[in-house]
Design a protein around this ligand. Structure first.
Ligand code: DLL
Length: 432
């Protein structure tokens, strides 16, 4: 059985990959000049072409604010009549970021998605339940077209209505699902409430999880609860959406499709490009996008590039799990904390359930970190003494990890609020 979708590209020799990237980078640079935004941006850049991949560092960055300011058409390089779809990034205030696609862009995106899903083991014979938002959000459509390309049967159910989700999972013997990691945990509780055992009564083998930050601990939890293999999927609307980077069978970092995106890691303060292996902000350039090329986009996602060869043999370098977004950092009385550190610590404690919430308050000029955590029903005996000891343990482990104290509140499983889309867990109330 083949375990690749496009052998020549996925296993491309490294020198050929670099040659292809340089060629496509130059095409992108030329094409970008057709857009009003880049025409102005590049007016003072004398470059006729990039001689090597390193020359990219002479090009300016593009930020989310640039994309917003360019609303609606400043980034468009083709006549509107050649555009077949518009997608947009998720809920923000002000102008949304809109991304335009030609038919060619849509076809290439579907192909990348097919590559991702096939790499993780999905085949034509699979039943694929797409539990992700359809519409302006890119998660639903991206996977939908990729799965159809593979030839799997797609159930385009979208998000929400857990009862209906479970019904479809069971009745149609869904073998692959695409789901937000936070919703996967919630849906599991619902499956149990329906009296079903996900491992015995459902036919799931694979889960694609992504679109929101999550730790490896959460992934392993999802794998255990459902008895599946769960693959991390990374992407962002500005780069199509999903299909930027995806895990292979070895689940050790996500292969970033370097024939379609050129990745760099920069120091977000000095903006210098960092060598592979060092953690910094991920910067991406589209290499094949027609309607709306984006050059050196600052993603705000903090990660590192893993350039060591992968056991699967693919030559596209890997991204380490996203550590955080640079704008997610919480500063508590001068100490920098990332929410993922909190999740990592909590999920290692067996008495802790799936959900948690972080509230930051100001009290007498001091920042106070409040962490509410759901308790794991299975390991809770109901005794007050046990509650006290869990609370103490959680407090001490978090203090060790974060270097600051927190106020822990234990709550019953399933009681913290959840919404349908990406989960929000940090509430900073200091300015209120
Ligand atoms: O979330 C695209 C997507 C859809 C990816 C479905 C995967 C699956 P946006 O709404 O623009 O696009 O949000 C992009 O979400 O910059 C990261 O901060 C975060 N993110 C996405 N995937 C992951 C992941 C889609 N696997 C933003 N791990 C990105 C951590 C992720 N963070």
């Amino acid at each position: 059985m083949n375990d690749f979708w496009e052998k020549e590209i996925e296993f491309i020799n490294i020198n050929d990959k670099k040659r292809l990237q340089l060629e496509r980078l130059n095409q992108t640079f030329e094409r970008a000049k057709e857009a009003n935004f880049y025409k102005k941006r590049f007016a003072n850049i004398k470059k006729e072409g990039l001689k090597s991949l390193d020359d990219i560092k002479d090009l300016p960055f593009t930020t989310k604010q640039d994309l917003r300011d360019g609303f609606p058409y400043e980034f468009l390089t083709v006549p509107l009549s050649d555009v077949v779809r518009l997608q947009s990034s998720s809920g923000t205030t002000g102008n949304p970021v809109v991304i335009f696609h030609t038919q060619g862009d849509i076809d290439r995106w579907a192909n990348l998605m097919a590559r991702c899903m096939y790499m993780a083991g999905m085949r034509k014979s699979d039943i694929f339940q797409n539990i992700m938002g359809y519409g302006l959000f890119t998660g639903g459509f991206g996977f939908h077209y990729g799965a159809e390309k593979i030839g799997a049967m797609v159930i385009p159910i979208g998000t929400g209505n857990s009862q209906r989700q479970v019904w479809f999972l069971e009745k149609f013997k869904t073998s692959v699902m695409h789901i937000l990691p936070s919703y996967a945990l919630r849906l599991h509780a619902h499956i149990l409430e329906e009296g079903l055992d996900p491992k015995k009564d459902l036919s799931l083998k694979i889960g694609f999880i992504g679109a929101e930050p999550h730790t490896d601990e959460i992934r392993r939890k999802i794998e255990d609860l459902y008895g599946i293999k769960a693959f991390n999927s990374y992407g962002l609307s500005e780069m199509n959406g999903p299909g930027v980077a995806f895990e292979c069978q070895y689940q050790d970092g996500t292969h970033v499709w370097e024939d379609s995106f050129y990745p760099e890691i920069i120091n977000p303060d000095t903006l210098e490009v960092l060598p592979d292996g060092e953690v910094g902000e991920l910067v991406l350039t589209t290499l094949t996008r027609e309607a709306m090329p984006v050059i050196r986009y600052r993603t705000r996602d903090l990660t590192r590039i893993i350039s060591e060869p992968c056991k699967c043999g693919r030559t596209h370098r890997r991204l380490d799990r996203i550590k955080a977004r640079s704008d997610d950092m919480i500063i508590i009385n001068g100490v920098n904390i990332f929410p993922m550190q909190i999740e990592e610590t909590l999920m290692r404690i067996k008495e802790i359930g799936h959900n948690y919430r972080i509230d930051i308050e100001k009290d007498n000029y001091m920042d106070k970190l409040h962490i509410s955590v759901e308790i794991n029903k299975e390991s809770f005996t109901g005794s007050i003494a046990q509650l006290e000891s869990i609370k103490k343990n959680v407090g001490e482990r978090l203090k060790n990890e974060l270097g600051v104290s927190s106020i822990i509140k234990l709550v019953e499983s399933g009681t913290l609020p959840q919404n349908e889309g990406k989960i929000k867990r940090v509430f900073d109330n200091r300015d209120k």
